[in-house]
Design a protein around this ligand. Structure first.
Ligand code: S3P
Length: 168
């Protein structure tokens, strides 16, 4: 079984993914970490040195490589489904689950977790709030194409909800 977790930055894709993979006893892969390992540099360094478009190309390549796995829980990046035909690709190659969270809750999680995120690191609090409202509205049209949506305010509850839907 291959599961792709999608959702905005801060929605808990990595935390939920690790727990879920442990429960299912299959491999966990974080797409951002995979890209960093392949590129030999951090996401910040890729954005700073080569720009977002290069990152998106690397992201697409990484997705293709990982889609060959038989069994894995894969935490995608917040923007992964939103570029080119990546969302269709994800839906065709595995089970897609959207971890959904309101902008206010995302703000609480992200306000102190901006430094490793190139799209957020230079925003002040008000700019971050505005960015989250605007970007989430744009991206949720894509995220809503996931096969399942799970409320992600609490990590443990989100994992339980996914267990339940996998048993159906
Ligand atoms: C991004 C989200 C990040 C990372 C990159 C771009 C985005 O992943 O891929 O900084 O466009 O939303 P996380 O969602 O794991 O923070």
């Amino acid at each position: 079984m291959k599961i792709f977790l999608i959702g905005f930055m801060g929605s808990g894709k990595t935390s939920v993914g690790k727990k879920l993979a442990k429960y299912l006893d299959i491999e966990f892969v974080d797409l951002d970490h995979f890209i960093e390992a392949q590129a030999g540099m951090s996401i910040n360094a890729i954005f700073d040195g080569q720009g977002e478009q290069t990152f998106r190309n690397l992201e697409k390549d990484a997705l293709k490589k990982l889609s060959g796995k038989e069994n894995a829980v894969i935490a995608t990046g917040g923007g992964t489904p939103c570029f080119e035909d990546n969302m269709n690709f994800l839906n065709e190659h595995g089970l897609t689950i959207y971890l959904k969270l309101e902008p206010g809750a995302l703000f609480e999680r992200l306000v102190n977790a901006k430094t490793d995120r190139p799209l957020l690191k230079n925003l002040n609090d008000q700019e971050l709030k505005d960015y989250l409202e605007k970007k989430l509205a744009e991206r949720s049209r894509i995220y809503d194409l996931a096969q399942h949506t799970v409320e992600a305010a609490h990590i443990t509850n989100a994992v339980k909800s996914i267990h339940r839907l996998l048993k159906r």
